[in-house]
Structure formats: C-alpha cells, structure tokens
Design a protein around this ligand. Structure first.
Ligand SMILES: Cc1ncc(C[n+]2csc(CCOP(=O)(O)OP(=O)(O)O)c2C)c(N)n1
Ligand SMILES: [Mg+2]
Length: 567
C-alpha cells in the first residue's frame, strides 16, 4: 500500500485504525498497479485528476506520459499490451477525451490487444442536468470493446477496474472501458487490498487435439500459420517446439513474425502463395481466417482440391464460423500446440516426413530472396521504397522493435522485414487504423528501454500523429522515424486509378519537410533524396539519442504489388 494518508485512516470502534481511506483515483490506480501497469498514457482533463494525484503522490510514483492527442495515448497503451502481454492503461477525460479514444479501442478489439481505458464521467450527483461533457460512454464502446461499464460509486471503483483488467488480459484479450463519475472519483473512502489477475489457462478438448494430430498424420504438404495470438498467449516456446519436432513449413502472420527467427530454414513466409496453393493441409494458429488469409480458403484453383483447414484459437469464440474446417481446437495455445505434438508423437505408425515439401518451399524462398536483391539495392531516382529496407535491414539489431504505420510503404516492410525475435513487430492488425505508430513508438521505448525502436511511416500516416513528437521530446523517448514520402495517400491513389482511371483526394503536398517538423519540436531529422544517403542518414538517426526523423523522398509510382484489397 503506497499512497494513503495514514492520518486519514478510519478509526474503528476501539479507536484503532482499520482500512486506510483514499480517494477514488487511488482505488483505481492500486488495482491497475496490481495488474502490472507501470505507466499511464493520458491527456489532461479535470474529470480524471484523481488518477494523476494517485500517480504522483504514491510512495512509488507512476509515470504519467501526457500526449498531445488522445488517440496517441490509447495507441500507446494498446502497444504496451501488445509488447508486454499485460494490459496497458490509458486515462481519458470525459466526453471528447473519451470519444477521441474510440478508433484506437476498436483497433485493439480487432487485434485482441490487452488494454484498459479509464474514462472520466460527468458527476453522478448532477446526472441529467447538463453538466460539462455529460455523455453516457459505455454504450459507445459496446461494439468495439470486450467490456465497458460505469463504476457508479466509490465502492464500485476497485472491483470494476479489477474486472476490466481481468477481462482485458484473459483470452481472448481485448480492450475494456470503465468510466467513473467525477464526484465519486474525488470522494474518499476505505481502501481495500488490491489483487492482481485471476485467470486460469483454458483447457483444450483432448478429442479435438487428437483429430488435428490425425489430420497432420495424413498430410503430405502441410503448412502452419503462426499469428498474433500465439505471441499474445505466451505460446512462443510451444510454437518453436512444435516446428522443431515436426519439421513443418511455417508462415508468420501479424505478431507471429519472429516466432521463428528471420532466416530460419522452416520459415517460408516469402513463398506464401506457393505454400498455400500447394498445401493439402493448412493449420492456422492464433489468428482469424480473415481477408489476410483468404477467408480460410487455400488452393483449389483450376479444379484442384483446396487444402483442408485446421483452426487453432486461444478461446472458443475466436474459432471461424465461416470457413469449412476439417478440425479445430480452442484453449491456451501452449496447451493446444503441445497437446497436438504429443498426440502426433504417440500416434501409431511412422512420423510424417515433410522434408521434400519443405525443400521445395525453401527453394522458392531462396528464389524470392534472390529476386529481391536488386530491388533492395535499387539506385533509381526518385528512390524506390524498397531501397530504404535495403539500407535498414543490415542496421537492425536482433532485439529491434519495428513499427509500421502507413499504406504501401509499410506493406513493403511486411515483405522485407523478418524479425529475429517475437514481439519485435507492431502493425495495426486487421483494423488497419492509420495514426497508431507514434503511440506504439512511445510504448516500445518505455517497455524496451535498451532496444532500437524504428517507426516506418507513410507520409500520410505520419501527419496524423507527428505533433506527438513533442511528447517524445518532453519525456526523453528517443526513437528513429523513417518516412517513405511519396507525397500521396499511395495505397488509395493507385486503386482509385485502377478503378476510375483517375484519382482525387489522394495527393499530398510534394516534398513536405516532416523532418523539419521534428527539429522544430526539439528532435532531429533530415531529408534524403539520394539513395546513397539513406544508410548514412540512418546511422546518424540511430546514433543521435533523440527522436529523429529521416524523411526519404520516394517514387509515387512504385506502388506495392498487392493481391488483395481486403474486401
Ligand atoms: C484512420 C484511417 N483513415 C484512412 C484509412 C485508409 N487508408 C489506408 S492506407 C491509406 C494511405 C496511406 O498513405 P501513406 O501513409 O502516405 O502511405 P503510402 O500508401 O503512401 O505508402 C489510407 C488513406 C485508414 N486505413 N485509416
Ligand atoms: Mg504516402
């Protein structure tokens, strides 16, 4: 117990002190702390002052990262959740502060990111009378969060916040929201002992695991897809064991990147389309069968038989209801993967040998890598975005955190960046909300203090959060930002051209000096127009020790060759 005023302890009948008293902010913050929160992200508003008072008056004060626009606070807290697999905390003031947080909460909902948002709320004592920013928030979050509730009284605060953290951090993870009426937040009353998470791993069904093992036993050309929830569920060791023991080819998706390190012989992400079209069994672990995975249909072109599909999820509600599944299992993903492996290893008959199938895919990976060499070294003028990755990749440390926020420029990152460790790649996930990168960078710098942190911005996306470089500077959070500046909302420009033969609302001002925005705010930066200068600029950025933006002018006609637009 760190932040109670002992002189305010409530005397009981014998005159001895019983539970100490504290205001509502302390009630909420002590619970957050018990759930592992180490920093709060916020933008000021009087409705939530008790949270700040609780943070700064604690014996062990909690850092407050105050931002310039609420979405950055929530994206930062979401990214804390993604990086640490413990819910992050954002605190938003009533009304506009809370509604500014809706898109990031929706993003966390789609990505299954553990996140708790505590909101201010107009005072209960004047509810309905039209106080400033009086809005009933929880209904707004009904479709975009795991759970949303009001803690109506001081006594409700601790249990409601506890519930919010438990739900946010339990499979399937996601965002939760609690608002507290201002008068109750400022009220003081007895403070109970805060307790941490209480959740048990979800047990998968043994028959389901055996069935999946039999499907693997029968498969000649299987592929395993490892997605975000494998990392989020802490199943990285089980995933490595499964891959090592079976020899199965693996494709990484979302935060599943890095579960097998870049260059691992079984990692065939670069041969993804051949792997999917040639597979007879696709096992998808820890990610939905959405547009990123062809809605769960693999192969089957030109009359061929499509692959059988197995879906493994961290909880039953995540299992696909639209795909035609040959097998499925839901539960703690370590138990799921280890359980299938054990069933496969104890099955009668010989272990399947997939080495020649893996060999075919490895040849395709090598061919794809050889094809990329020229593009990564491109000397074209204007600069091809791939050249930026050609310069970045050899400079990335194994523990780097790479964040993508943009359209085509970031799609190239998805193609070229294969992290060495899990938890080192952050993208928005299936909701695809631009503007998340700056908050994610803050979270990465705070949670991985000694790692390189690199944000890859499209120029359009950068404009959504660049003012929050001010926050990086004020809080001494050095990160490297790289803008692929094609002076356009490129990912929208080329599809509009394709559909209409023209485009509108897709151009941005040419050669905008986003680097000078950063220097004006107290960081460093430079513009690059010569491909040979990208590498030296990156070296200066990494060495600078300040928020530093490398603004690279790129070729707007070098769009990403995509096969799907997500519909
Ligand atoms: C909040 C939000 N608004 C709009 C979009 C639609 N959108 C997707 S990609 C994109 C273009 C991104 O442009 P930029 O960041 O410059 O990257 P580029 O494609 O040019 O590399 C847009 C507008 C979105 N995904 N999210
Ligand atoms: Mg652009």
């Amino acid at each position: 117990m760190s932040q109670t005023d002992e002189s305010a302890a409530t005397p009981d009948a014998d005159g001895e002190s019983s539970a100490p008293t504290a205001h509502g902010g302390v009630h909420a913050l002590e619970v957050a702390r018990a759930h592992g929160v180490q920093a709060m992200f916020t933008l000021s508003g009087a409705h939530v002052f008790p949270m700040y008072d609780a943070a700064v008056t604690a014996a062990d004060p909690m850092p407050i990262i105050d931002v310039r626009h609420e979405p950055t606070a929530v994206f930062a807290a979401e990214a804390v959740g993604k990086l640490t697999r413990t819910p992050g905390l954002a605190v938003l003031t009533a009304g506009p502060g809370v509604t500014n947080g809706v898109s990031p909460v929706a993003q966390a909902h789609f990505a299954g990111s553990p996140l708790v948002v505590v909101g201010g709320r107009a005072p209960a004592g004047r509810w309905g009378m039209g106080t400033l920013q009086e809005l009933d928030h929880p209904p707004i979050f009904e479709t975009v969060s795991t759970w949303a509730a009001t803690a109506h009284t001081l006594a409700d605060i601790a249990p409601t916040v506890h519930e919010a953290f438990n739900r946010a951090g339990s499979s399937h993870r996601g965002p939760t929201f609690v608002d507290v009426p201002m008068d109750e937040f400022f009220n003081a009353g007895p403070l109970g002992a805060a307790t941490g998470p209480d959740r048990a791993p979800l047990q998968p069904n043994a028959d389901d695991l055996n069935r999946v093992a039999r499907l693997l036993q029968d498969a000649h050309h299987p592929v395993l897809v490892l997605g975000t929830d494998v990392w989020a569920d802490g199943a990285e060791d089980a995933a490595s064991r499964f891959a090592a023991e079976t020899g199965i080819p693996v494709i990484a998706n979302g935060m599943g990147r890095g579960l097998l390190p870049g260059g691992h012989p079984q990692l065939v992400t670069k041969a993804r389309s051949a792997a999917f079209s040639g597979a007879d069994l696709v096992v998808v672990a820890g990610t939905p069968l959405d547009f990123r995975l062809g809605y769960g249909v693999f192969g089957g072109k030109d009359g061929a038989t499509p692959a059988r599909v197995v879906h493994l999820a961290d909880s039953p509600g995540q299992l696909s209801t639209h795909a035609d599944l040959a097998g499925s299992a839901a539960g703690d993903l370590t138990l799921v993967l280890d359980g299938i492996l054990a069933a496969l290893q104890s099955a009668p008959g010989s272990r399947p040998d997939w080495s020649s199938w893996l060999g075919q895919l490895q040849d395709l990976v090598s061919a794809a890598a050889a094809r990329d060499v020229d593009l990564l070294a491109s000397t074209s003028d204007p600069i091809h975005p791939a050249r930026i990755y050609g310069e970045l990749l050899p400079r990335l440390a194994d523990d780097a955190v790479v964040i993508g926020d943009g359209g085509d420029f970031v799609s190239f990152a998805g193609k070229f960046v294969e992290p060495q460790r899990p938890g080192g790649w952050l993208d928005p996930g299936p909701y695809g909300c631009l503007g998340a990168g700056m908050g994610a960078a803050m979270a990465a710098r705070i949670t991985r203090p000694s790692s390189q942190v690199v944000v890859l911005f499209g120029d359009g996306a950068a404009g959504m959060s660049l003012m929050d470089v001010d926050t990086l500077v004020r809080h001494d959070l050095p990160v490297v930002m790289i803008v692929g500046n094609n002076s356009a909302w490129g990912l929208e420009k080329s599809p509009m051209q394709m559909l209409y033969g023209y485009d509108v609302a897709a151009d941005l001002a040419p050669h905008t000096r986003y680097d000078q925005v950063v220097t004006a705010l107290g960081g460093g930066g430079e513009m690059v127009t010569d491909p040979a200068q990208i590498g030296p600029a990156l070296d200066r950025a990494f060495a600078s020790g300040v928020p530093y933006l490398v603004n690279v002018m790129t070729d707007v006609s070098a769009e990403y060759p995509r096969t799907t637009h997500g519909v």
